[in-house]
Design a protein around this ligand. Sequence first.
Ligand code: G6P
Length: 486
Amino acid sequence: MSERSAAPVGAEVLVASNRGPVSYGLAEDGTLTAKRGGGGLVSGLSAIGPDADAVWVCAALGEGDREAVRRTGGALDPADTGGQRVRMLDIPAEVQAAAYNGIANSVLWFVHHMLYQTPLEPAFDAEFRDRWAAYESYNRAFARALADEAAEGAAVLVQDYHLSLVPGVLRELRPDVRIAHFSHTPWAPPEYFRILPDDIAGQLLRGMLGADRLGFLTHRWADAFRACCAEAVGGIGDTVIGVHGLGADAGFLRERSGRPDVDERLAALREQIGTAPDGTPRRTVVRVDRTELSKNIVRGLLAYRELLADRPEWRERVVHLAFAYPSRQDLAVYREYTAEVGRLAEEINAEYGTDRWQPVVLHVKDDFARSLAAYRLADVALVNPIRDGMNLVAKEIPVISEQGCALVLSREAGAHEELGDAALTVNPYDIVGTARALDAALSMEAGERRERTARLAAAATALPPAQWFLDQLQALRETTPKRATS
Ligand code: G6P
């Protein structure tokens, strides 16, 4: 038990992110179940642990979350959060939806990942301006909550594109605190970033530059940000930029992947994969993603189909385990993409499948233990995003793959900066090129595969999440706060 009194104490360290470390499901009988969140952001930040002086501020994202806020006043039960102090904000649902779906996920995500591709998108019309107003108000709500919770001189670490304006607003409210902002996404080069209306682009950049320190996952994204600032707002001023390439948590992965629930799923997957005509276990090409446009799952399936067409010797001898977990289903384009992934997997199975062999095994129900089981038995990992801030899957699979896996990796993933030397690099748009890389990966001799896997695992775990977080906290504390220099 903490010896602190129950009276509210200003926190010395604050983290703010749109999605928090837990989300709540609400059953019909009113029972709330807390589910721990996944993804790079949450794994990186879980390192703050149950520190009495740290508070994590996040938003209620669904009905279960809202109910949890109603019952707790927003200070979540530490039993649900692994001891972490979490303050969940109940921002009006229509503001939250417009800011999250309407701006963060449909505009900023699309700009940073360079995803616009139809003649009608983007549409920066009057409705967009309304959604932008909601995004501003969403960011103000976070800034106010942080201002309320922060102790004098506290360190505040704001996360990601949902909260780009928070640093600027918070600086006005609390000039005494030190502020960092970290981008978990890529950053678009000026030629693309320029599609945003000029006033919005300026507001966004100036909002982030309200921070003392800005963090990015790779040098490439940091350089793009600097270039956008040089073009749109005359540079980054006295803001410091740091690059922190979040790594995989080897200790956690090894321990978690050795548990009985993972063993069980491994046995079930082996059964499903079956054996080749010569009696040896079939080879596996594994991918695990949110069903996300930027992850390029459809082209991955097309490349696999191309492999089966062009290299018939692999038929019956390989299975593609494609785990694609539905994401952002409030957006029509994501729903359509999810359906397209399902259709294509069926098509490939209908075209090439036999009584004994299912070429693609698609799983859409998010099951962490099963993902880890697939990591363990991967012969080839396919990570081919169009663009990706980092991509932790590329870093996690080599750490626990049992017989060493060849990594087919997009040159547009942030992880490529660290793993490119030991991976098979692909241009994510090039379907034939990706099929050839899959062929090379499947054909790779065992010795070479193990040697490359060892190099991948070493690079992938160079900056484990706890260190990633503490480095940034330390760097922020060493930064001279802006108020002292202005
Ligand atoms: C990316 C973003 C995170 C986000 C995650 C899941 O990794 O950088 O901020 O939480 O995707 O997306 P979601 O919209 O479900 O939060």
